[in-house]
Design a protein. Structure first.
Length: 245
């Protein structure tokens, strides 16, 4: 059985500003998307990658990103949909029976580590579905539309969810098929599995596993790269040069 990674990179990244989608913006001189793909290219657990990008970008991505950076595990590139969920759904229609485990990872989370991939794959293999995340550390307040605090929530058991998320093939396909039937749009892939009664195991993530959404995130990403560069003493175990290769 093979392990497949789906990387949805079909967004326009409007919050980043400018005309270039955030997944193609440079980080340490290399597009954010390349950093992300390299992490999965290097993982011995990943057999294939399905990449989803805006349809008009497919020729350039194939030439400049996949071929240009020798990302041989990218087995196919598909056109993205209107929403992230649509993009993942497009890729799922091409998943084969030999794909035992399917991972989904945000294209703009370039600091995913080999250890995160290993742990989430192991958990999905055992439990059917798994997600990476972090326990909430700050006080959480529910605020009205007028900006008035209504309630302080109990943060016990609350987690901020990241990616990668991993699933047995049958689990994620069933969840997506049910969501399509009902016209339901979830906030992440795990929420679709939860909705059909699936068990999702939460795996501790990493505070450096940030999502590139704003210009400030790119600045923070550059700091993370400098801090964990292989050339620097005391580089983080498990990073495996994912940000600097």
């Amino acid at each position: 059985m093979k392990t497949l990674a789906i990387i949805p990179a079909g967004g326009l990244g409007r919050r980043m500003g400018g005309e270039v989608p955030k997944q193609f913006l440079p980080l340490a001189g290399v597009p954010v998307l390349v950093h992300t793909l390299r992490a999965f290219q290097r993982s011995p657990l990943i057999d294939e990658i399905f990449l989803v990008v805006p349809e008009r970008e497919i020729p350039g991505v194939r030439r400049d990103i996949v071929q240009g950076h020798r990302l041989s595990k990218v087995a196919a590139i598909f056109a993205g949909g209107a929403e992230r969920q649509d993009s993942v759904a497009n890729a799922l229609t091409h998943v084969r029976e030999e794909h035992g485990i399917v991972l989904v990872h945000d294209a703009v989370r370039p600091f995913v580590t080999a250890e995160m991939i290993r742990r989430v794959v192991a958990a999905a293999t055992e439990h059917g579905a798994a997600a990476v995340g972090l326990p909430v550390r700050d006080t959480v307040k529910r605020v009205s539309a007028a900006g008035v605090v209504e309630k302080t929530e109990d943060r016990e058991g609350l987690w901020l969810t990241q990616t990668p998320q991993a699933f047995r093939r049958q689990v994620i396909r069933a969840a997506y098929e049910k969501a399509a039937q009902d016209g339901f749009v979830g906030t992440d892939d795990a929420s679709l599995v939860e909705r059909i009664g699936g068990f999702v195991r939460m795996i501790p993530g990493d505070h450096d596993n940030i999502k590139m959404t704003t210009p400030e995130d790119l600045e923070l990403g550059a700091i993370i790269i400098r801090r964990f560069s292989p050339e620097q003493p005391g580089g983080r175990p498990g990073q495996d040069g994912a940000a600097t290769a």
